[in-house]
Write a protein that binds this ligand. Structure first.
Ligand SMILES: Cc1cc2nc3c(=O)[nH]c(=O)nc-3n(C[C@H](O)[C@H](O)[C@H](O)COP(=O)(O)OP(=O)(O)OC[C@H]3O[C@@H](n4cnc5c(N)ncnc54)[C@H](O)[C@@H]3O)c2cc1C
Ligand code: SF4
Length: 327
């Protein structure tokens, strides 16, 4: 490992000042992504700024919203009673990620900014446009069973690995981002960037910015919801396909749907077309199958990951059935 300087801040303003003073410095929260990437040589920071002592670890609740500080642990969100009751898809998504030990260390801000699990990205001996722009992509002809079928480009087909971000995008969450110039509020739906010709650019954050919190609307409509994760083993594994689904009813008619997919997109993949297909329909098998077909529209399957198209459709139907059953 290359030598680095470790700095730490007690207040958000101090962290922002340190970030401005040390161009290219890397922030460290739980460290469950950063340290891995340093060990395999993908990230080689000269300065690490420890933010774990900043006062950003509170969950605040009122009638209309839940605000989660960037340093709240994944476990604390998953087990918070207000989150579990009012935003069940978010609680389940956090609970489905990683392992108990990792969830205790991992923070909300770090979860949003974790990097892809594409094995070629994490192996500096491989060609990877995301790690080394213009180098090529070994996944196209190599092992790509876990890779994306939606939002891909000629440059990159890596999936975004966060479970929580899938639920957050379906919930219309807002990311609060601070810099010395003030605060920006960015909808999660506008936060991530598909790879196009610039796979190294993964989100709209600017150098020197810090995630300070997430804000999530939490009315009654978000309560009929679930998160379904399909993976090769039942714990400590990333999604092959996941579905965040929520339904709002008037009697038996769906008034509004929320639907997003994980494990299949280069970014957490909200499927507005599927949501529209469900609105105004009875919650039955025909409506769910139509929504499932709409959810994978535009998919580009490859040699090893074509199974994800059918798997995603079935997972959408099952998630919607679960929401109806648990209503
Ligand atoms: C073995 C393993 C299995 C996993 N399985 C899953 C899984 O199934 N599902 C899932 O969703 N995740 C999974 N994860 C990922 C894990 O959830 C993330 O590593 C974790 O959430 C990152 O949080 P952290 O606080 O440790 O981030 P760190 O490692 O500290 O930081 C991650 C990135 O975010 C930046 N950063 C952190 N906080 C901020 C902030 N407030 N503002 C600006 N930048 C910031 C850092 O600079 C870094 O680039 C797994 C991880 C491991 C190691
Ligand atoms: S899929 Fe993306 S992350 Fe993986 S090797 Fe190709 S360019 Fe790199």
């Amino acid at each position: 490992m290359q030598a680095f300087e470790l700095l730490s801040a007690e207040r958000t303003a101090d962290a922002l000042r340190l970030m401005a003073q040390h161009e290219g410095a890397t922030v460290i929260a739980g460290g469950t992504t950063v340290i891995d990437l340093m060990k395999c040589g993908v990230t080689v920071p000269r300065v690490l700024i420890d933010i774990t002592r900043l006062p950003l670890a509170a969950i605040e609740v009122d009638e209309k919203r839940i605000r989660i500080g960037a340093l709240v642990s994944n476990s604390a969100v998953a087990f918070d009673k207000d989150v579990a009751h009012r935003l069940p898809m978010l609680s389940k998504a956090f609970l489905s990620g990683a392992s108990g030990q990792l969830r205790n260390m991992a923070t909300v801000g770090g979860n949003l900014l974790q990097r892809t699990r594409c094995p070629y990205f994490r192996d500096p001996a491989s060609q990877c446009n995301k790690r080394n722009p213009g180098a090529g992509c070994d996944a196209f002809e190599g092992v790509h069973r876990g890779h994306a079928i939606l939002g891909t480009s000629e440059q990159c087909i890596a999936t975004h690995p966060s479970d929580a971000a899938v639920a957050l995008i379906a919930l219309d969450a807002i990311v609060e981002v601070s810099s010395p110039g003030g605060m920006r509020r960015i909808p999660v739906e506008e936060f991530y960037l598909v790879p196009n010709h610039t796979p190294a650019l993964e989100n709209v954050m600017l150098p020197g910015e810090l995630i300070t919190a997430l804000e999530i609307p939490a009315g009654p409509a978000q309560r009929n919801a679930t998160y379904l994760k399909v993976r090769d083993r039942s714990s400590y594994e990333f999604a092959l396909v996941s579905v965040a689904a929520g339904l709002e009813f008037d009697g038996d008619t769906i008034v509004r749907a929320r639907l997003a997919l994980g494990g299949v997109g280069t970014i957490p993949w909200r499927v507005r077309a599927a949501e529209e297909a469900l609105a105004g329909k009875k919650a039955d098998a025909d409506a769910f199958r139509a929504a499932a077909a709409a959810a994978v529209e535009g998919a580009i399957p490859r040699r090893d990951n074509a199974f994800k198209v059918e798997l995603a459709k079935r997972a959408v139907v099952r998630a919607l059935e679960t929401v109806v059953r648990e209503r």
